[in-house]
Design a protein around this ligand. Structure first.
Ligand SMILES: Nc1ncnc2c1ncn2[C@@H]1O[C@H](COP(=O)(O)OP(=O)(O)OP(=O)(O)O)[C@@H](O)[C@H]1O
Length: 251
């Protein structure tokens, strides 16, 4: 994966539905109808095969935007992204699932959406379902799931689709201890076979534990790239947060 001078600007209009009068007044004053948010500014990095890349930074730093762009969901405003292989994303858990369908039906949908053939999906479906340990809930509509249960389903779908590139955005935060342990083991296994893994997390402990490299974003700019330990330390210094066991998580 190679990202070169990537910039992404969101354009949002002020009013949901401007009236003609409002538009004319604004035009008369020379005001613009859209507000621009520069979510990423000239970000460049290359990720060699076998890398598990952690992405850290404050709220609004551009982490999810970067993931969405790398997953091909969001087009760059400028710059380029080269992806080698098929990316499987686990962005904003449960998004993409249909809450009125059962877990099992969503597994099929998720597999097809990830680009697998119907045959491949059907072969995988039982394993995916079993991995979730959802029991009878797997045949219940997803609206009856807790957020942790949806997370388990989302994670299971994403990791079983044999991705070349695995992207995980805060996936583990909603799971319970048993699920987190299982998910960590699965990710370690995938790291061996996937070409690259990206993990966005505010849990700096997990970044240090699971990643081989890290990047730190601040206000859309790439501040630093390096060993997870180094990058996390620099970020914490920047935040002037005292380093202690209790603050390593959830920043
Ligand atoms: N759909 C959108 N329309 C307009 N602005 C957006 C949109 N999505 C994100 N932004 C803005 O882009 C910037 C980066 O947001 P992004 O979600 O990438 O940050 P983040 O680092 O993932 O934050 P968090 O840690 O809170 O999840 C923010 O200023 C945000 O307000």
């Amino acid at each position: 994966m190679k990202v070169e001078e990537l910039s992404i600007t969101y354009k949002t209009s002020f009013e949901r539905k401007p009236t003609l009068k409002q538009a004319l007044i604004r035009f008369g004053r020379g005001q613009r109808a859209v507000k621009e948010v520069k979510a990423l500014r000239d970000v460049s990095f290359e990720v060699p095969t076998g890398t598990a890349m952690g992405i850290i930074g404050a709220n609004g730093a551009g982490k999810s935007t970067l993931m969405r762009a790398m997953a091909g969901i969001l087009p760059p405003s400028s710059g380029t992204i080269e992806v080698w292989g098929r990316a499987s994303t686990l962005l904003a858990l449960g998004v993409g699932f249909n809450k009125d369908l059962t877990g099992r039906e969503n597994i099929i949908l998720g597999g097809l959406a990830a680009g697998l053939s119907r045959k491949e999906v059907e072969e995988q479906a039982d394993d995916v379902a079993e991995w979730t340990e959802l029991g009878d809930f797997i045949d219940m509509p997803m609206r009856t799931y807790s957020s942790g249960m949806s997370a388990r389903l989302g994670f299971s779908v994403a990791v079983h689709m044999k991705p070349d590139i695995l992207m995980i955005d805060e996936a583990l935060s909603t799971g319970d201890a048993h699920f987190r342990e299982k998910a960590n083991a699965k990710m370690a296994e995938l790291r061996e076979s996937a070409r690259a893994m990206f993990l966005v997390s505010h849990g700096l402990g997990s970044i240090k534990e699971m990643c081989t490299e890290a990047i730190w974003l601040d206000k859309g700019k790439l501040m630093m790239r390096g060993e997870p330990e180094e990058v996390v330390d620099a970020y914490m210094k920047f935040l002037k947060v005292k380093k202690s066991a209790t603050t390593t998580e959830d920043i």
